[in-house]
Write a protein that binds this ligand. Structure first.
Ligand code: SF4
Length: 696
């Protein structure tokens, strides 16, 4: 796994996988395009990892030099044609001419762009600027749409800002963890290890998850409460937790009085009999006595911290559930100091940053709505353009509009929407309907099958910039080698904007960050010079917090008073039937990552070369399924084949798979259901049936 040899130099940089954001010293040999990484050594002074790492960050970097890398721009007139290699100049002119022609014929709103949470803050910032200034619309979205957009909505609504409240180190002060819809030992391994260490020291944990994840099974956390909440019923569950706390008089009356608003409205709502543990027991599958015991522990066990993942957000009530978690924290005063809080475990390396950088159709950088004239004025005077005051299209709206014939040009940066977005058939139909699809990526991914222009992208080993991790920490990403494709991605975006008639240039990524700092109060004190001198910084960094902000909402919430919100439970429309009697939920494994574009091109692929379907022994028995059988999994929208793994980690009635491999393609079966507020897909609830195709 490790290239052998003596390094000639080291470069301090940041892992490009998950939202923990581990710092590494890349030990390298050679110079220029011949540079080779000898090994990645986790940095002992890394703010997020303190010398620790997982297998992905340490070993799974070989994809950067994989033979599949496309190093030259390519074009074709039709997706049925062969690719033709062209110069950068020709490719960029083709894009500019094509996008302008679409706008001339169909209006300025007929094109848009999708930025990537795998790219740097600086790369994402220039994409949203290109869309707003050169395209002239707000049709920019990010792959956070399909993961943590409900976090943005829910935490902004309740606390006033769209980010986790604590730093990772805060867990050292935590007595009780509520872990819901996340599997940190696989998806955020370095933080998962930190959780285990704290549990060994005596902290307690409540795990709310339909699957018996490792943190439930580990011997040292045998006392954990495992609450296998039925997929789709999270909001009923969290309301029952709040109900039990109020019912037993365990809420923090002083905190509610001094720090929150809409208190009586919320208390009246949550006291409703329909929210009691007893009333919700049949819906959630959690016995009332167990739920009450967990609620008592959370409310009175000392400092209680909530950690959550996509099992919270990827639901039709994802935003409601995030607000429910905020309700629970405020109700018990577990917010605004170390050891507590509401903490989304962000998935991709820079999903926090891609949201921070204004890559949403309704928000400019720093989560400021495009309808606010005083915010638009900042950018209009600097960029010398007029910014549209109304939100643009979200990713699902882009697909629907493409099929409807009104959205015909798309630039996609480092995001494989044809594999990662739900209802693959619908996504493919939308891409086929477009006149010009531009994909910028390392590899000819699934989306590139529908592209007319392919622009080669750069790996993290070639990037210069910053990533922002799940604790709002900006880490430097430094190039260990020059771009293998002859240009940096931010330069390419600037050249597209310029070719479309809007001149856009920067001296380097540091200059982009200077513009971000000058226009976004949250980042006012950030610069590459400071990051290089101080290692990392947690936003907000400004006059009020010159050294950054490890813990947010101390003394008062960003929005002033915390907003308690009646979180009415609305069952998902995706219910089981006689034809589809099982519920599918999805997740990650340690050695692969998301759609696997990177990890499948490293030796990791030898360890888990395919997605498998986990099924409870009782469900397997009645269907005649044994481990190793090839099974057909069908939903209302499609079907796919997987290898079965009979496992008592599952609950009866619930099956589970990962989504790392395009061949199995879990999203062939996921539906168009989405969060009511953000359109985040409901990946975590799909009614399916599973039948044997081939016996092992
Ligand atoms: Fe990279 Fe996440 Fe592993 Fe750290 S925990 S090395 S950031 S994948």
């Amino acid at each position: 796994l490790v290239s052998l040899g003596m390094p000639s130099r080291t470069v301090l940089t940041t892992c490009a996988y998950c939202g923990v954001g581990c710092s590494f010293k890349a030990e390298v040999q050679g110079t220029g395009p011949a540079t080779r990484v000898v090994r990645m050594v986790p940095w002992k002074d890394g703010g997020a990892n303190e010398g620790h790492s997982c297998v992905k960050g340490r070993f799974a970097y070989g994809y950067a030099a994989h033979a599949d890398r496309q190093l030259e721009p390519m074009v074709r007139d039709s997706i049925d044609d062969d690719w033709q290699v062209v110069s950068w100049k020709e490719a960029i002119e083709r894009i500019a001419t094509g996008f302008r022609a679409i706008q001339d014929q169909h209006g300025v709103g007929a094109i848009g762009g999708i930025s990537s949470s795998r790219c740097t803050n600086e790369e994402v910032y220039v994409v949203q600027k290109m869309v707003r200034a050169a395209f002239g619309n707000n049709n920019v979205d990010t792959c956070a749409r399909v993961c943590h957009s409900p976090t943005g909505y829910g935490l902004n609504h309740t606390f006033g800002t769209s980010a986790g409240t604590q730093d990772f180190a805060s867990i050292e002060q935590t007595d009780v963890m509520l872990l819901i819809g996340a599997n940190p030992t696989d998806a955020h391994p370095v933080f998962g290890s930190r959780m285990k260490r704290r549990l060994r020291e005596g902290a307690q944990i409540i795990v709310a998850d339909p699957r018996r994840i490792d943190l439930v099974r580990s011997p040292h956390v045998a006392a954990a409460h495992h609450l296998p909440v039925r997929p789709g019923t999270n909001v009923a569950f969290i309301n029952a937790m709040c109900h039990a706390i109020v019912d037993e008089g365990l809420h923090d009356v002083a905190f509610l009085r001094d720090r929150c608003e809409d208190v009586e409205i919320f208390l009246d709502f949550i006291r409703g009999a329909e929210n009691s543990p007893e009333a919700t027991e049949a819906e959630t599958g959690i016995p009332a006595a167990e739920l009450r015991a967990a609620a008592r522990l959370y409310a009175s066990g000392g400092n209680a911290a909530i950690y959550y993942g996509l099992g919270v957000t990827e639901h039709s009530q994802g935003s409601t559930m995030v607000m429910g978690l905020a309700n629970l924290a405020m109700l018990t005063g577990n917010i605004g100091r170390e050891g507590v809080g509401v903490n989304p475990l962000r998935g991709q390396n820079n999903v926090q940053g891609s949201c921070d950088m204004g890559s949403f159709p309704h928000e400019l950088p720093g989560y400021r709505h495009v309808s606010r004239p005083e915010v638009r004025e900042i950018y209009e005077s600097l960029w010398k353009v007029t910014i549209q005051p109304t939100p643009g299209l979200r990713i699902p709206n882009m697909f629907d509009s493409a099929i409807g014939g009104s959205f015909l040009g798309l630039y996609v940066q480092g995001e494989d929407i044809a594999q990662s977005d739900p209802n693959t058939q619908h996504v493919e139909a939308a891409l086929r309907a477009m006149e010009l699809v531009v994909v910028q990526d390392l590899f000819l991914n699934e989306t590139a099958r529908f592209a007319h222009v392919f622009l080669p992208g750069t790996s993290f080993l070639e990037k210069d910039g910053t990533f922002t991790n799940a604790e709002r920490r900006l880490n430097r990403v430094r190039p260990v080698m020059p771009s293998l494709v002859g240009k940096d991605e931010w330069q390419v975006v600037c050249e597209i904007a310029t070719a479309m008639g809007y001149p856009m240039t920067y001296a380097d990524p540091a200059a982009i960050m200077d513009e971000i700092a000058a226009t976004t109060p949250t980042f006012a004190g950030v610069s590459f010079a400071r990051l290089d001198a101080e290692g990392s910084m947690q936003w907000p960094v400004n006059d009020a917090a010159p050294n950054g902000t490890p813990t947010m909402h101390v003394g008062q919430f960003v929005r002033g008073l915390g907003r308690l919100t009646p979180t009415v439970y609305v069952p998902t429309t995706e219910q089981t039937t006689r034809r589809f009697p099982l519920l599918l939920t999805t997740g990650r494994i340690l050695t692969q990552y998301n759609v696997g574009a990177q990890t499948r091109r490293t030796p990791n692929s030898m360890w888990h070369p395919e997605d498998v379907l986990e099924i409870h022994p009782a469900d397997a028995h009645v269907r005649g399924i044994a481990t190793g059988d090839v099974v057909e999994m069908a939903s209302r929208v499609g079907s796919t084949s997987l290898t079965a793994l009979v496992s008592d980690r599952m609950q009866p009635g619930v099956v589970y798979t990962t989504f790392h491999h395009p061949v199995t393609g879990a999203n062939v079966v996921t539906t168009d259901n989405s969060d009511w507020a953000t359109n985040c897909p409901e990946y975590k609830v799909t009614a399916v049936e599973v039948t044997v195709s081939t016996q092992a």
